[in-house]
Design a protein around this ligand. Structure first.
Ligand code: URA
Length: 237
């Protein structure tokens, strides 16, 4: 048994207070009957709950696409700095969501957030080979030789060899970088290795998922059934 407002918040992706408001407004039914008490207990395994006529089904796993702003760290908790999870309401944080991989504090863009450990593991694994595309602005002028070095696999300053990667020059100091692995500070270190230190870095896509133009920085949306079908197929899940 659980409280109706918690069930609606968890299943409809609302905050607890949004759910309570929806319930008081009479748009939530339990077994076909409108219920206006947020504290009412329901049996989440047997009762049928709808909001605005749509059935609410309990989803154990949640998947979100976040447009990470700069200045926020990719961690679940930090005593001193804002984290990506601070951008989500407590109702969702309580479902055990965490970031899939990491973006640096100064990097913005697409970050997946989930509570599905197997999914996260597969997205991060270089074995799955998901392409991640970044737009970077750099100091200095990018050259066709840089493109060639990326294609052959960059060797980082500490001797680490990277897999072949894509470098597309957009203008003298702006490029798209495509990588299929996720080493620490990889894109910054790759561009530094060709003498072009990064000024700004933004991740535009991960596999088939791209940043959503409807999202403001710090905004997120739940992945659609279609997004998940495509991704699960690619990840052999
Ligand atoms: N590469 C980096 O250097 N930083 C990021 O945040 C992501 C990829």
């Amino acid at each position: 048994m659980m409280r109706l407002d918690k069930f609606v918040a968890d299943t409809a992706g609302m905050t607890r207070s949004q759910a309570a408001r929806a319930i008081r407004s009479g748009t939530v039914t339990v077994n076909g009957v409108p219920v206006r008490k947020p504290e009412q207990k329901i049996d989440e395994n047997h009762d049928t709950v709808t909001t605005e006529g749509r059935p609410c089904t309990y989803r154990r796993f949640r998947y979100f696409l976040l447009d990470k702003p700069t200045g926020v760290i990719t961690a679940s908790k930090d005593p001193h700095q804002p984290t990506v999870l601070d951008l989500f309401p407590p109702e969702l944080r309580r479902q055990g969501i965490f970031p899939v991989g990491r973006l640096d504090k100064d990097t913005s863009g697409l970050l997946l957030i989930t509570n599905d450990g197997e999914f996260a593991h597969r997205v991060i694994s270089p074995k799955s080979g998901l392409a991640k595309v970044y737009r970077a602005t750099v100091e200095g002028s990018l050259t066709p030789e840089d493109v060639e070095r990326f294609r052959n696999g960059i060797v980082l300053a500490d001797g680490t060899k990277c897999l072949p990667a894509g470098l597309e020059i957009l203008s003298e100091g702006e490029c798209l970088v495509t990588v299929r692995e996720g080493k620490y500070h990889q894109v910054r270190r790759m561009l530094a290795a060709v003498g072009k230190p990064v000024l700004t870095l933004r991740r535009l896509s991960v596999g088939p998922l791209s940043l959503d133009p409807a999202l403001a920085p710090g905004g997120y949306r739940e992945l659609s059934e279609e997004d998940l079908c495509t991704l699960f197929k690619l990840l052999h899940m």
